[in-house]
Design a protein around this ligand. Structure first.
Ligand code: ZN
Length: 508
């Protein structure tokens, strides 16, 4: 399979990085820990068998062509062979990032991989390819949640992964959008180019052609464009700030750790009473209110490279009280609120089933004994298969015994969240003990709330959370986010609990 890398961009926002080195360098040659970022992309491609590369080059193309040659030589950075075959398409006048593609159409007879040239990534490409082949669309986009969805283009999909709406950065978005951003990695069928190709190359109009605006976005809603959601590391090196983040992430090994080529560690989270306030049966997006510290906790897990996966029982669907579309909006609201705090969920699994009958409008097909309703472990096991999760080194955190039971049944370690901000709202039968002692249901640890758990987890595993956390916490104001505090604060005097939170837990 051919890979086309669009490496012709000018990168004018990165002038302070590209202009400081004598003659100046093009954006794809910016070093990430001693290697040009384009070479890191070539490494990732070669390791997975993608060795037939076409680079479209324009601005300062000679620097790229001199460095890589035809790919048969050795890397000046490492002395080791590039191990790929490279050909070039030279743009002498700006033709837009897809202008070259249309002109290359004759040499792109099969599905091909198309990459933005300023990406730093570690992605399991063959997994993405399997998705693309199964869906059979004109194009598949790799989409992912990011930490700034409010100023990113958002991709809305249906349950099968078809793109139903594509909102650009400039467009106003609903207050309950899923955090799904186009990452700049695509699989494209040559049939897509057919529609844009006149019968001869010299008849192609000279106007620049933009990949997103002219080729891909018009496919939204046609059923021919699919989105493959991935939690893997993909960042564009578009600004000096992001460049700094990428270098730091690379040093910490974050990109490799998040790649689905490797086994993942996850924290599974319950929803109501763990991330957001418990309001009984939650039925509309407006009822979602994040608990204090919850967004900060998720953000710390994101930055430390843990997958964060929501697993929630939603019997309201079986009862006919909430449709699947409404549930999507509720979860979109949850993702939007988290996104405003720089936090994201890597995925959401819900169980729509319930066996109790007798509700008006109930859906008989969902009135079943299923394998996914907690305390059963079905959602965790499904996620483990989808994301290559090492359950033994993963955690389930929630405020119910059924969360602990589901986690244990899946083979995870478990955290019971007890006596945090939700304590006064617990249903009476669950707080019968006047001291509100946490039940012993086999949990690995008992923590006050999600933030308490995450702080302890990261301390025990001695992981960095990127050291950006405090800064971001201040920027986002955090009306609902207390100052955090150290683990030693979570003693008996802090909660209503008469027992020390840490004494009954055991080691993380
Ligand atoms: Zn179920």
């Amino acid at each position: 399979m051919k890979t086309v890398i669009m490496a012709g961009g000018r990168g004018s926002r990165l002038a302070e990085l590209t202009e400081n080195t004598g003659n100046g360098i093009p954006k794809p040659m910016i070093p990430i820990e001693g290697k040009p970022l384009l070479e890191r992309a070539v490494d990732c491609l070669r390791e997975q068998g993608f060795t037939d590369l076409i680079l479209t080059v324009g601005w300062r193309r000679q620097a790229i062509m001199r460095y890589f040659g035809d790919g048969s030589g050795d890397s000046p950075a490492t002395g080791r062979a590039f191990g790929v075959h490279i050909s070039y398409f030279e743009e002498h006048t700006p033709m837009g990032n897809a202008g070259a593609l249309v002109r290359l159409a004759d040499s792109l007879k099969e599905d091909f991989l198309l990459l933005n040239g300023d990406l730093v990534f570690d992605v399991d490409l063959n997994r993405f390819l399997a998705f693309h082949r199964e869906k059979g669309g004109l194009a598949s986009l790799l989409v992912h949640p990011n930490d700034h969805p409010s100023d990113s283009g958002l991709i809305e999909t249906d349950a099968e992964g078809r793109v139903i709406r594509w909102l650009t950065r400039e467009e106003e978005r609903p207050s309950c959008s899923r955090n799904q951003v186009n990452a700049g990695i695509h699989l494209i069928s040559p049939r897509l180019l057919d529609a844009h190709r006149p019968d001869a190359v010299d008849k192609i109009p000279p106007e620049p052609i933009d990949l997103d605006r002219d080729l891909l976005k018009p496919l939204a809603g046609t059923g021919q464009l699919f989105a493959y959601r991935s939690p893997e590391y993909v960042k564009d090196c578009g600004t000096p700030v992001r460049y700094g983040e990428i270098c730091r992430d690379w040093r910490r090994g974050l990109a490799a750790r998040r790649s689905l080529r490797h086994r993942q560690r996850a924290v599974f989270l319950d929803r109501d009473g763990t991330l957001n306030r418990h309001v009984g049966f939650l039925k509309s997006p407006e009822e979602i209110e994040l608990l204090p510290g919850a967004a900060r906790a998720v953000r710390m897990l994101n930055r430390a490279g843990w997958l964060v996966i929501l697993v929630t029982n939603q019997p309201v669907v079986a009862r006919g009280e909430v449709t699947e579309d409404e549930l999507r909006a509720i979860h979109g609201r949850l993702e939007t609120l988290l996104g405003q705090n720089g936090a994201w969920l890597d995925d959401i699994y819900y169980c729509p089933h319930h066996t109790d009958r007798g509700f008006p409008g109930e859906r008989p097909e969902l009135k079943i004994e299923c394998a996914c309703r907690k305390p059963r472990p079905g959602m965790l096991l499904q996620a483990a298969g989808d994301y290559s999760i090492d359950l033994e080194h993963s955690w389930m955190a929630g405020d119910r015994e059924s969360d602990v039971a589901a986690g244990r049944a899946a083979g995870c370690r478990t955290a019971l969240l007890w006596n945090g901000a939700e304590a006064p709202r617990r249903l009476p039968q669950e707080s019968r003990q006047s001291e509100r002692l946490p039940p012993n249901c086999g949990q690995t640890v008992t923590c006050r709330d999600l933030q308490d758990f995450v702080l302890r987890l990261l301390e025990e595993t001695q992981e960095e959370n990127g050291n950006e956390d405090e800064k971001t916490g201040k920027q986002t104001g955090g009306k609902s986010e207390p100052a955090g505090g150290t683990l030693s604060d979570t003693g008996p005097d802090q909660g209503r609990n008469s027992r020390s939170v840490s004494s009954d837990g055991g080691d993380l």
